[in-house]
Design a protein around this ligand. Structure first.
Ligand code: GLA
Length: 516
């Protein structure tokens, strides 16, 4: 169907001809009459990286009711309520997302052949204005649901014998990540002691994606002119490189996902030299239920194994559908256990201290992932960042720094590279620690280590300094250990008798390693 836009652009027309021809041609094309909202409308928002962010309004005006769908990048809303008509209307869209519902609301009016719209990104945010033009009927329509494979056991890839260590672009840079920054981050990691302390992965998160070519091959956008060259550069530093995609048609930031291209993308990633894939549910939520996640993730697990490279497989679906019970079966090496971390004490503590029940699911090759580190991003004190690092060590969590490695304080670097704490995180027995005692805001967590020693963390979650005291038998030890070491003070601790106590600052930790 010809769009009004294209009719307008017929070459050689005078403005007069356009006006006399337009109603006739519209009728001939069988399209809507003047003043009808019915049709497919698109807002095209060009991004600096050369990609275009699109919002579709596929509307059907039926008397006083406007029905249809609104698609905001990966979010696909059914219109459930409307008021008004072409001269002024409102639309409310809703979508189911797991157990919750998301809603959007637009107001708008038809002006000539343009739809003028406005919405608020958040209830308290200012109105965002936009203009939509007619698009071909099928453009932006949600792809058909591809039937899912039967569940089977995906062979382990043999990677991540200890929790992965590295860096990820999202927490600090979000959409502002590019080739040059990734290279500089790799330079920083190689030179600042992090690589020597065990960090190895340089992971590019969302917003690297470009378009697909006619054969369906994915390319990177303008921010990443040559992924293979970038991977070579990172490998040249003796580091590894990671990338990000989604099992849905779109990623969380509204870029191209791997839907229907799983094997092709796995082959492309392998050809570029990628060593790590974070695979983020996002756009898949419109096509599949949480109960179908296992089959969806299995597809990429199989595809990665069939590729020419060993690629660490990191599941990101925010801990839904008891992922820890099936992530290993789809070939997963790590799986997110919660929603996105933020750089605040509340966010970090809420996620980190809620991991106790998940301990049995972790082990060499497969790890619970409470999300990337926020250490050094500025929203917490160094004491709180020390707690963050200690807790992630006790939890055998992936250590993916999320700050700007080119520019950090000595204190941040010291927290990230504390080798005694890292050796707890990287312990080869791979036993995730658990909470042994809790009294109000004070918690004691213990992690059993391969050499028979234990890491003992005394956490003070409260806003005031606190004295934390316990008896060794409370920790399952008959008598006081033979030796105890304070992993932040880098000093042995003198022990007397069956009791132990320490003053722990607000939001702080005392992290010990004790030998019987
Ligand atoms: C989700 C993930 C984040 C990040 C963003 C990118 O929110 O949970 O870790 O990858 O998507 O869009």
């Amino acid at each position: 169907m010809a769009s009004i836009d294209r009719l307008r652009q017929l070459p050689g027309q005078t403005p007069m001809m356009k006006h006399t021809m337009l109603p006739v041609m519209l009728l001939l094309a069988g399209q809507c009459v003047a003043g009808d909202l019915t049709g497919n409308w698109v807002v095209r928002n060009p991004r600096a990286d050369g990609t275009i962010q699109k919002t579709y309004f596929d509307l059907k005006q039926d008397g006083p009711r406007i029905g249809g769908h609104i698609r905001v990048t990966q979010f696909y809303y059914a219109i459930i309520e409307s008021t008004g008509g072409p001269a002024g209307f409102t639309l409310t869209g809703a979508m189911k997302d797991g157990n919750s519902e998301r809603r959007v609301r637009y107001e708008g009016k038809l002006e000539g052949d343009e739809l003028h719209l406005a919405t608020r990104r958040r209830p308290e945010a200012p109105l965002t204005q936009m203009v939509a033009h007619r698009a071909p009927a099928a453009e932006g329509a949600y792809p058909a649901r591809i039937p899912l494979p039967r569940i089977h056991q995906v062979r382990a890839n043999g990677l991540a014998k200890t929790p992965p260590m590295g860096w990820n672009s999202w927490n600090k840079f979000a959409g502002r990540i590019d080739d040059a920054t990734v290279r500089q981050i790799a330079d920083a990691m190689a030179g600042n002691g992090m690589k020597a302390a065990g960090y190895v992965y340089i992971n590019i998160d969302d917003t690297w994606e470009g378009e697909r070519d006619a054969q369906g091959n994915i390319s990177s956008n303008r921010k990443f002119p040559d992924m293979k060259a970038l991977a070579d550069y990172v490998h040249g530093k003796d580091l590894k490189i990671g990338i990000y995609s989604s099992p849905g048609p779109d990623t969380c930031a509204g870029y191209e996902g791997s839907y229907g291209h799983e094997q092709q993308d796995a082959r492309t990633f392998a050809a570029w030299g990628i060593d790590y894939l974070k695979y983020d549910w996002c756009g898949a939520r419109n096509l599949y239920t949480d109960g179908e996640m296992q089959a969806v993730y299995q597809k990429m697990g199989d595809a990665l194994l069939a590729s020419s490279r060993r690629i660490l497989y990191s599941l990101c679906q925010y801990g839904r559908a008891d992922v820890w019970k099936w992530a290993l079966a789809v070939g997963g090496n790590t799986w997110r256990t919660a929603g996105d971390i933020r750089d605040t004490w509340e966010s970090m503590a809420r996620i980190g201290f809620s991991q106790n029940e998940l301990a049995p699911w972790a082990g060499p090759g497969h790890w619970n992932d409470p999300d990337m580190l926020e250490i050094g991003n500025g929203g917490m004190s160094d004491t709180e960042y020390g707690t963050h690092m200690s807790l992630w060590a006790i939890l055998a969590a992936p250590l993916l720094a999320g700050n700007d490695l080119r520019d950090m304080t000595a204190a941040t670097l010291e927290i990230l590279t504390n080798r005694e704490v890292i050796s707890v995180n990287q312990d080869r027995a791979g036993k995730q620690g658990t909470r042994i005692l809790q009294s109000g805001d004070q918690e004691i967590w213990v992690r059993l280590l391969a050499d028979g020693s234990r890491a003992v963390a005394l956490f003070n979650r409260g806003p005031q300094p606190a004295r934390i005291a316990f008896r060794w038998p409370d920790l399952g030890m008959k008598r006081a250990p033979r030796r105890a070491r304070d992993l932040w003070a880098h000093a042995d601790v003198a022990l007397t008798g069956p009791d132990y106590s320490a003053d722990v600052p607000a939001h702080g930790v005392k992290l010990l390693r004790v030998w019987r």
